[in-house]
Design a protein around this ligand. Structure first.
Ligand code: ZN
Ligand code: ZN
Length: 131
């Protein structure tokens, strides 16, 4: 059975997923850039029923489609919760305990990438959402 675990920088927030993710993507949109304070947001989306998390988080609606959750103590951006059903939870790949456990399948919103970002990983680069 799949078993993925991760935690924030301070360890107050942790998560465990017990099934394979629905998708693993790198998002270059401006919202993800600002929400993570990073050039892009690499995340795995799990069905909500397949993932559990512990610890106190803050929650911010970065758009009418998505809430962002961060550790309430250290501020690590941990989760993205889409509001559309089915219930899903995006998890920052950088919080994985085993950094190599999941690999992205594609880049999305690549048209909004920061101008100095140059990637040669061979993955598809979609200008906007996934086709
Ligand atoms: Zn923390
Ligand atoms: Zn995004």
């Amino acid at each position: 059975m799949a078993d993925y675990t991760g935690r924030c920088l301070c360890g107050q927030v942790s998560w465990r997923a017990t099934a394979e993710p629905a998708n693993v993507r790198v998002c270059h949109c401006r919202l993800c850039q600002r929400a993570t304070g990073a050039p892009f947001f690499a995340r795995a989306i799990f069905l909500a029923e397949d993932i559990a998390h512990e610890g106190e988080t803050t929650r911010w609606p970065s758009s009418d489609r998505l809430d962002r959750l961060s550790c309430a103590r250290c501020g690590t951006p941990m989760f993205a919760a889409p509001k559309d059903p089915p219930a899903r939870l995006g998890v920052a790949l950088a919080t994985l305990d085993d950094p190599a456990a999941l690999r992205p399948e594609m880049h999305i919103w690549f048209s909004a990438r920061l101008p100095w970002v140059s990637l040669h990983d061979g993955l598809p680069q979609h200008p906007e959402r996934a086709p």
